[in-house]
Design a protein around this ligand. Structure first.
Ligand code: C2E
Ligand code: CA
Ligand code: CA
Length: 658
């Protein structure tokens, strides 16, 4: 597949799904950050407020101990204890003197002042914390002795990660020792701060709102992603579905085939590429209609589908052709399988004989260009020629060379015509009675700038297939008209020169007028131009052929039937077609058993032609005996290597100056 085609298909399939996915990720990310910041800040604020309260409480307690002395000890202790008892949120108080020695404690515990880290209260008060213990259900879950901010964040984190929310009571307690100055003493107060669910109400609401917003966006994006994926799926289906069969189309065949062949590099599995085509499908459509033809292709597809396994691929290609990439182990087993496949497809039309052409290319290790491989299989089928029997043709290198040559010829032909690379050669026709020049045949030669001399059998069949023969024949006719006009002007005696008219011309109804127009450009008498046509033209449009021949003869041209006796000659054509010259094919004079039967037929044909008022030209005559025989049979002209091979016009003019 070409790169641009691949690009176009990719573009068709491409739905911009990534922006949606990225959008979704971005939104989730942004909302998570916003949520985390909002919730974090609100939680920090709550904790900070609670810590500020604790700090104030701690300072109040500390104030009690400003006047603490031996005498006031009992009284102050009493007051302090009553505070501790009354204030739920104070659990213990410990007092240290100026030398930092323990003085008094509400419960006989003295947390170490030395080990504690003095911290600055950023937002609370000037009270100082020496440690935090977070408890839940009497169980200590976390202790901390770091800065306030960290304290607030961590407290929050741990409260949430380890609490079961209970709407009525506190679900966690933050316990912290706070230090406050009391004159020359220091007082440590163990605060027990309950954390309630309600404290986080605002953060919760914020969280819920964010959650709802996120959910809306997520749902929106998910829906758009799902719809994109589904439309991508649908596009893929359209791109890879064959409208005629409803199965894989050719693009899909290439895609799947390439992937199978790539996998086979690892597994070592051998594959064969098959081109399977129903022969005479067009005739079927002409007889039964295009719809029936299309139904037939669908049936073939369904039948073929059942013959391939999961590691193989099959698809409709065009017309009634299918491509199959099949596994195989050995050729014998494989041929049996092809036979089976042919039988299965043939059985689609019970009671009717359908034939298939099968071209096979055995894929070589490492090859994965599906289109190229299929092309090889197709070439194999094409090159084996049309046949009525089911046939299996294997691709070989020679076929490829022939195909390459065809392409080369097609690439060069137009240029060659413009550059006059096609040259006219003339082969004389010698009269048997006087052994003088009685005519000539114009035969083309291609003098290629790089290939050199190319004989017509290497390009004429290609031109006949691609239609270029029409241009070439016109060119040859014009060249001959020009040559004859030149010779006429030089005062030479002219003999008829024949040009070959390919059967492809007989599709145009104005062929006779067309020929006249070319010749008349050079003011050449028509009777010095002979037109050689083959009997095979009869198999095309008989009406056009008969009409054209009639018109040409009326216009004064000589018309000859070329290659009589080669291929499917029939005397019947002689009955219908009124022509001037019969050219007996060289085949009559070749082969082992030619001697008697062949010569007998020749003499009878000559006799018959004479009775029908035709001139006889024998072609391909190489020996004296043949000449003598033909002379005896009163054959008019002889064309063959015995007298001369085809030669360039100038050489001919010199040799046969008359
Ligand atoms: P053709 O029209 O039957 O031409 C006669 C062929 O027999 C020529 O082959 C000629 O060289 C060859 N030939 C003549 N005498 C002998 C002989 O004694 N022995 C042998 N072995 N061969 C002999 P050539 O020139 O190679 O042409 C082959 C065919 O190519 C022609 O067969 C004709 O069908 C086609 N062709 C040649 N030039 C043209 C053209 O300008 N237009 C068309 N449409 N076909 C052409
Ligand atoms: Ca000829
Ligand atoms: Ca011939």
């Amino acid at each position: 597949m070409s790169k641009t085609k691949e690009e176009r298909i990719k573009k068709l399939k491409k739905k911009h799904i990534w922006p949606s996915i990225l959008g979704l990720i971005l939104i989730l990310f942004v909302f998570t950050i916003i949520m985390a910041v909002a919730v974090g800040m609100s939680a920090m604020d709550i904790v900070n407020r609670k810590l500020a309260d604790s700090s104030r409480r701690s300072e109040k307690i500390a104030e009690l101990f400003v006047d603490y002395s031996q005498e006031t000890a009992d009284k102050i202790a009493q007051t302090a204890l009553s505070h501790v008892d009354v204030l739920d949120e104070i659990e213990a108080v410990a007092v240290y003197d100026a030398e930092r020695k323990p003085v008094w404690s509400s419960n006989n515990t003295y947390p170490s002042l030395d080990d504690s880290i003095k911290m600055e209260f950023l937002t609370v008060t000037d009270a100082e914390s020496v440690g935090v213990i977070i408890e839940k259900d009497e169980k200590q879950i976390f202790t901390i002795d770091d800065g306030m901010i960290v304290l607030a964040e961590d407290a929050f984190k741990h409260i949430f990660s380890s609490s079961v929310i209970n709407e009525t009571g506190a679900f966690a307690n933050i316990k912290l020792w706070m230090v406050a100055d009391a004159g020359d003493k220091e007082v440590m107060v163990l605060n027990n701060i309950p954390v309630y669910f309600q404290d986080f109400m605002m953060a919760g609401v914020c969280l819920a709102l964010c959650g709802i917003l996120i959910a809306i966006f997520v749902i929106y994006y998910l829906i758009s992603i799902i719809s994109m994926v589904s439309s991508m799926h649908k596009t893929n289906k359209v791109i890879y579905t064959d409208v005629l069969t409803g199965g894989d189309n050719w693009l899909s065949f290439i895609k799947k085939g390439t992937s199978l062949l790539n996998k086979s590099k690892r597994s070592g599995q051998k594959y064969a590429m098959l081109h399977l085509e129903m022969l005479k499908y067009r005739s079927f459509c002409t007889c039964f209609g295009v719809n029936k033809g299309q139904e037939l292709i669908e049936k073939f597809y369904l039948a073929l589908k059942n013959t391939v396994n999961r590691k193989e691929v099959m698809a409709h290609q065009e017309n009634a052709a299918f491509g199959l990439l099949l596994e195989y182990t050995d050729t014998q087993q494989f041929e049996a399988r092809i036979q089976y496949i042919q039988n299965v497809t043939s059985s689609v039309l019970p009671g009717m004989k359908v034939y298939f052409g099968v071209g096979v290319y055995l894929v070589q290790p490492g090859e994965n260009d599906v289109e190229q491989l299929y092309n090889n299989a197709m070439i194999a089928c094409e090159m084996s020629g049309e046949d009525t029997e089911n046939k299996i043709a294997y691709f070989d290198v020679e076929m490829n060379n022939q195909k390459l040559w065809e392409r080369r010829v097609e690439d060069d032909m137009e240029r060659a015509l413009i550059n006059r690379e096609f040259q006219v050669y003339l082969q004389p026709k010698i009269s048997t009675t006087e052994e003088v020049l009685g005519g000539a045949e114009a035969l083309v030669r291609w003098i290629h700038p790089t290939e050199g001399f190319i004989p017509p059998n290497r390009f004429i069949p290609i031109f006949e297939k691609n239609g270029f023969i029409l241009k070439l024949d016109d060119y040859m006719l014009e060249e001959i008209a020009r040559v004859q006009a030149g010779w006429l002007a030089e005062g030479r005696k002219l003999v008829p020169i024949s040009v070959n008219v390919s059967r492809a011309h007989f599709t145009r109804e104005d062929l006779a007028e067309h020929i006249c127009a070319i010749v008349d450009k050079y003011q050449v008498p028509h009777d010095v131009i002979e037109l050689e046509l083959t009997e095979s033209a009869f198999f095309d449009d008989k009406k056009v052929l008969l009409n054209t021949v009639q018109k040409l003869r009326k216009a004064g041209f000589q018309v000859s039937m070329d290659d009589f006796g080669a291929g499917y000659s029939s005397l019947n054509s002689l009955k219908e077609l009124q022509i001037d010259v019969l050219k007996i094919d060289a085949d009559f004079f070749r082969g082992a058993d030619v001697e008697e039967r062949g010569l007998l037929i020749v003499s009878e044909v000559i006799d018959l032609a004479k009775k029908l008022n035709m001139k006889i030209v024998a072609e391909g005559i190489e020996s004296k005996e043949q000449v003598e025989f033909l002379t005896a049979q009163e054959c008019d002209l002889i064309q063959g290597y015995f007298y001369a091979k085809p030669m360039p016009v100038t050489e001919f003019a010199q040799k046969y100056s008359v």
